[in-house]
Ligand binder design. Sequence first.
Ligand SMILES: [Ca+2]
Ligand SMILES: [Ca+2]
Length: 220
Amino acid sequence: MGKLLPSLRLFAFFLLLGTVSCVESVENQVQIYDNNFSKLDLANFENGRLLIWRNDTIAGWYNNEEVAVTLYDLPKHNYLKLSVELLIHDSWDGNVDDGISGPDYWFMGIDSVDVVRTTFSNSPCVSTYCLYQSFPNDFFRQNYPKAGAIETNMPGLCLFGRTENYTSRYRVERLIEHTETDSIRFHMRDELKQTNSSWPKCDESWSIAKVSILAIQTNS
Ligand SMILES: [Ca+2]
Ligand SMILES: [Ca+2]
């Protein structure tokens, strides 16, 4: 910088100033929903079924189902932060498109628009066999099974209920632009495929350990 001409140095300064003034800052944020099911609270929650699993109350287990949270009269906002702690149980097969085992899709979104459209896999992964998943990206990406999981050393729930490493916990978060204040319906759903199983729900399923929604107002 010392060798720059003074005018150039001044220009660089204003460039920096310009960049800084464009950054949005949070004016207000309100937690409009926060539920880890420990109070057995299913108000505003559609298709809620509670179970206790490993000493934790969770909503589940689901297979080819949708759950949703509907809220009314939201505070003024221009973003929503959607956050879910998701448990992926048993033998999810990820991206595989063989007409039998997958793909095993999971979605979340607002008002019938999906903002996450991905797959998960709990498959073993060795050089000769591996079923890849799209998460943490949207479908289609070839990531390793359990990529992005925050906990993996848990047994399955049904088919692999006695086998470690068959439930994976994920935190799925999205920040979306959103301004409508009348109501929102936040949905989570799956499209799981396992045509060779007599009990597909035992073969693969999911549960929700926590859901939270933040309404954020920035100065933009
Ligand atoms: Ca399976
Ligand atoms: Ca499957």
